[in-house]
Every structure is written in C-alpha cells, then in structure tokens.
Design a protein around this ligand. Sequence first.
Ligand SMILES: NC(=O)c1ccc[n+]([C@@H]2O[C@H](COP(=O)([O-])OP(=O)(O)OC[C@H]3O[C@@H](n4cnc5c(N)ncnc54)[C@H](OP(=O)(O)O)[C@@H]3O)[C@@H](O)[C@H]2O)c1
Length: 318
Amino acid sequence: MFGLNPKVVAIVEIGGSLVNSRGIDLSEVLEVIKSPDGLQGVRELWREGAKLPELLEELDCDVMIELTPTDLSTGQPGLDHVRAALQNEVNVVTTNKGPLALAMPALLEIAEYNDVMLKFSGTVGGGTPMLDFAKKCLEGEEIVSIRGILNGTTNYILTKMDAEGVSLENALSEAKALGYAEADPTYDIDGFDSAGKLVIMANWVMGRSLSIRDIEITGIRNVNQEQIENARAEGKTIKLIASCEEKAEVRPMAISRDHPLNVSGTINALTFATDLADEITLVGRGAGGTETASAVLRDLIDIRKSYSMNVPAPQRGA
Ligand SMILES: NC(=O)c1ccc[n+]([C@@H]2O[C@H](COP(=O)([O-])OP(=O)(O)OC[C@H]3O[C@@H](n4cnc5c(N)ncnc54)[C@H](OP(=O)(O)O)[C@@H]3O)[C@@H](O)[C@H]2O)c1
C-alpha cells in the first residue's frame, strides 16, 4: 500500500542488535520478544554489543526509527541516535520528544543540510495528527496562537479531582494503578512533558526557535480542592494548559466549563487560533502504543511519498 514495503535490516537494543541486510522476519521477532531471551532468541541474527553508529555505516538503510525513552534533561540516548542517522544521510522518524525539546532547530538544520527528512508526528498528540493538521490543513493561515491540553496523565488527575472531589495524591495513585502515570510521574505532574510538546508545536507550526529552557513551566503539584471549588463557583474547571502566543508557558488555568478544551480523562485537545479561519480545536487520544504507531506509519508513508514526488528537503519535516 502507498508503495510502502519496508524491509527492517536492524533492530537495536541497549546490549546488542539483530542485523540482517536481507531483512528481518518480524513475525519471528514478535514471537521471541515475549520469551525470556528477548531479541537474543533470534540467535543467528544477534550481534552482541552492536550499536547504531556502526550499523548506520554498514547497512544501506533509508530510515531510522527512534523509539527510546524520553529524557528531557539530556535528550539521550535519542539525541545521539537522531544526529548520527541524519549525519549519515538517513531519514529519521521518532516519537521521542527529548531530542526535539532540547535541540529541534539544530536537528532540522542537520536534516536539511544532509537532504534527508526528520519526522516526528508521534511526539505530540499520539495518533491525533496535531502537527500534520496544522502544517498541511492550515496552509495559507497564520497561526497566531496555540493553546491546549497536551498531557493525558495530568488531565486524568484534574478531571478526577474535579468530578469526585478527591485529593491530587489519591487521583495520582489511581492514575498509576491504571497505568496512566509512571512510577516517577515528575515529567507529567511538573509540566515538563507538556512543555516538551509545546516546544515541538511552537517551532514546527509557528516558526519559533524554542528549546524547553525557554518555556515558563508550572505543573499541577500545588493544585488543591479549594482552587477547584473556587473555579467551579465561577462555572470553570482547572486544566493544565500549554500555550504559545507572545510567550510560551505551561500552567494550570481555570477555563470555562463549556470551553472546547474542557475534555475529560486522558484525552488531549489543542486549539489553533488562526488569522482567517478563527479558532479550530482538535481533540483525540494523546498516547497509546497503537495510536502512536499509527503516527510512525504516517511518517513513513510521507517519506515514501515525498521521495516519489522528489520534494526538496526544506519542505520535508514532521
Ligand atoms: N507509548 C506511548 O503511548 C507513547 C506516545 C507518544 C510518544 N511516546 C514516546 O515514544 C518512545 C517509546 O515509547 P515506549 O512507550 O515504547 O517506551 P518503552 O516501552 O520504555 O520502550 C523503550 C525501549 O527503548 C529501549 N532502549 C532504551 N535505551 C536504549 C538504547 N540506548 N538503545 C536502544 N534501545 C534502548 C528500551 O529497552 P529496555 O526495555 O531494555 O530498557 C525499550 O525497549 C518514548 O520516547 C515515549 O516518550 C510513547
């Protein structure tokens, strides 16, 4: 479909890699991955200690898909992976916010210089195409501001606190039990995850040149029932809002209960204010394995299409 028939030539783990220049049988990988041996179960293809840089040199590959955990302090290991691939003239698809939140302008420049694409649809909104929507469907519009809920965990907690009158601690415990929050929920609760996504949105759709260090960040740690009740008395509810207009910030705000951003649970929502079409709000699931995989697939299809259309590099991004 879409002329896309990808051959996976390497799968890189921390301790080593599966390598086969003729293509790895993914059904076999999906079988062994559930076993105690993991990828090493495909013994004939396992190379102990093989790392990405040497494989980029050795293998003739078109795309590197980077899916390591997000680190918003150093961007690593994703930052090195993305940089190495782009410098080797290999296109990159990533769902990892870390490298982009810290070094997006530089990475886009490396991609352009090497005439390859850096695609990151899955970094914001999971499977909901927030970046693509703004870039492709709002062509011709000036996006004057963006404002939204970009973190499902905090939205779940605030929804629960509002609807059931529970404390932040209790709502957080429930979010952890349901798998919505990590054991260490700092990135979510303190607003860093939202800020990382805001950087990517603002740079990509508003032409800013921000890093996460430029964002004023206040998380939800100090939101309490008294504030929620005061907001309710005014017909409002408290949400963790990420916004970029004159300044870029993340902070809890009381918004009207009938505002389109008043979405509940783990749902994400983003309002684009434009010069011609006025306000447009996109609502959808902000995370989830399958949803985010759909964003990776979209990016792969886009790379495939742009190659067949021979689009020059500066137009090729998320
Ligand atoms: N899941 C979602 O809903 C979602 C949504 C949007 C964005 N994302 C982002 O997508 C990325 C992947 O998410 P995920 O949920 O799949 O995370 P995950 O379950 O933690 O998987 C990350 C994988 O990366 C491997 N890894 C860690 N360090 C590595 C290294 N140096 N070299 C090679 N592999 C390494 C890990 O191996 P070990 O298990 O051996 O440590 C693990 O298999 C993250 O950046 C996340 O923030 C996820």
